[in-house]
Write a protein that binds this ligand. Structure first.
Ligand code: BG6
Length: 478
């Protein structure tokens, strides 16, 4: 018997992002966005991680899996029916900015884009599934990247505010839960996805990333203010990629170094968006790293007035840090850095699996902010195999999710206020970091392969029925 109970109104569901599943990249008046120029396959990791990406499509060299995605744009009814069959109470999705404002700079929105999401929300409503909508999930309009330099440019604040306000006005009777920027703090590590620019040099990377983040903080705060005005009952959250940082041992030098990493990666953005002010530790960090922020008059007031109602997070892994890493130790940890943790196993993509880390994350966040939390991403990217009888027996995924749901239960028993859980990629979709289809997260299998072949047929995996029962029993049967 577990020593916890999930709240009665706990929001069980699943999460996706427009660019990773919709496809139809040039239909319905949509403009190009960042994901449309990202190549498929492990080569994407090079593009994301290294300076100098040119944002151009090269069909001779690469494939572009996001162009078709899993064709949710045409198959959303079938997919939402499957979510409903699993018993979803909620569905986290994003709106592709460039469906609404194809270039990002227009004064009037694209009606066809708005109408598409009306149809999606109406379909969800049919099954009483509450949408949670990310306004910006790694899909900044390409025009804002190539012509404006992405979020380094202050003008994006105004474009974003117009876009967000358009969404609040249009969907005020359909959407109550909103998130502003997906994994906003990921930008301190990889600026390309969230901030839409490829750093010119390692030296400019920090300066430009922190300036870009400042623009996003102002934009997010303006969106929070607008949402509260237009939809009084709305709740709008920030979204952090949270990876609790451990010290590799109890050497105080390593502990201090880990604390510093924890602050910059995990706490910095949350402090600004939740508390409404820059944290005390930022001054020294900026000085020592030659970062100087251009903060305009009024920005800090806006940030103070536009604090979020709740904190959402993605949790995939923890991170283990050490002050002086040997060359062999560098890159041995997770995608987000650190060294190998000898106590943890890793996924086929090297992401260390640490359910207790989720309990730690939730406790750290609640201790720090005392705001409701929402786990809007978590899951295991894994290779799936179709058996001769057509079934997909994904025990490894069930084990992963079971242990993480258990960790959330323990955090609830610890006193954490948790609103819901939407595991990532509830239906197989294109991986954000590698552009692969074979890195699958779903309860629902989609017949699409890395080379683009496949019928796009949907199939229920074993985890589909397992998760259905988790929801029916409100987390009592794992
Ligand atoms: C999160 C992103 O970082 O992790 C998602 O918000 C992403 O967009 C997910 O898909 C899993 O990462 P990946 O690289 O395995 O797709």
């Amino acid at each position: 018997m577990a020593n916890y109970k999930f709240p009665k109104d706990f929001l069980w569901g699943g999460a996706t992002a427009a660019n990773q599943l919709e496809g139809a990249y040039l239909e319905g008046g949509k403009g190009m966005n960042l994901a449309d120029v990202m190549p498929g396959g492990k080569v994407r990791l090079d593009v994301i991680g290294k300076p100098g990406f040119d944002f151009k499509i090269d069909h001779e060299k690469y494939v572009y899996p996001n162009h078709e995605g899993i064709d949710f744009y045409h198959r959303y009814k079938e997919d939402i029916a499957l979510f409903a069959e699993m018993g979803f109470k909620t569905y986290r999705m994003s709106i592709a900015w460039s469906r609404i404002f194809p270039k990002g700079t227009e004064s009037e929105p694209n009606e066809e884009g708005l109408a598409f999401y009306d149809r999606v929300f109406d379909e969800l409503k049919k099954y009483n599934i509450e949408p949670v909508v990310t306004i910006s999930h790694y899909e900044t309009p390409l025009h804002l990247i190539t012509e404006y330099g992405g979020w380094r440019n202050r003008e994006l604040i105004g474009f974003f505010e117009r876009y967000a306000t358009t969404l609040f006005e249009r969907y005020q009777n359909k959407v109550k839960y909103w998130l502003t920027f997906n994994e906003i703090n990921g930008a301190t590590h990889i600026p390309l996805l969230g901030l839409g620019f490829s750093p010119e040099t390692e030296e400019t990377k920090l300066q430009d990333s922190f300036q870009g983040l400042h623009h996003q903080f102002v934009a997010s705060a303006l969106a929070v203010k607008a949402a509260h005005k237009i939809i009084p009952e709305s709740q709008i959250g920030c979204m952090l990629v949270y990876a609790p940082t451990y010290s590799t041992d109890c050497d105080p030098q390593n502990v201090m170094h880990s604390l510093q990493e924890q602050r910059i990666f995990n706490n910095y953005c949350g402090d600004v968006q939740v508390r409404g002010a820059y944290p005390a530790f930022s001054d020294r960090y900026f000085k020592e790293n030659n970062i100087s922020l251009d903060i305009k008059e009024g920005d800090l007031d806006v940030i103070k007035e536009g604090t979020v109602d709740f904190i959402s997070l993605s949790y995939y892994m923890s991170r283990t840090e050490k002050k002086d890493k040997t060359p062999e130790e560098i890159g041995q940890g997770n995608l987000i850095g650190g060294v190998k943790n000898p106590f943890l196993k890793a996924s086929d993509w090297g992401w260390e699996i640490d359910p207790t880390g989720l309990r730690i994350a939730l406790n750290q966040l609640y201790d720090r902010y005392q705001k409701p939390l929402f786990v809007v991403e978590n899951g295991l990217g894994a290779y799936d195999k179709i058996e001769d009888d057509g079934s997909i027996i994904d025990e490894y995924r069930i084990d992963y999710l079971r242990s993480h749901i258990d960790a959330m239960g323990e955090a609830i028993a610890d006193g954490v206020e948790l609103m819901g859980y939407t595991p990532w990629g509830c239906i197989d979709l294109v991986s954000a970091s590698t552009g692969e289809m074979s890195k699958r997260y779903g309860f629902i299998y989609v017949d699409k392969q890395d080379d683009g072949s496949g019928t796009l047929e949907r199939k229920k995996k074993k985890s589909f029925f397992w998760y259905q029962n988790v929801i029916t029993t409100n987390g009592e049967e794992l």
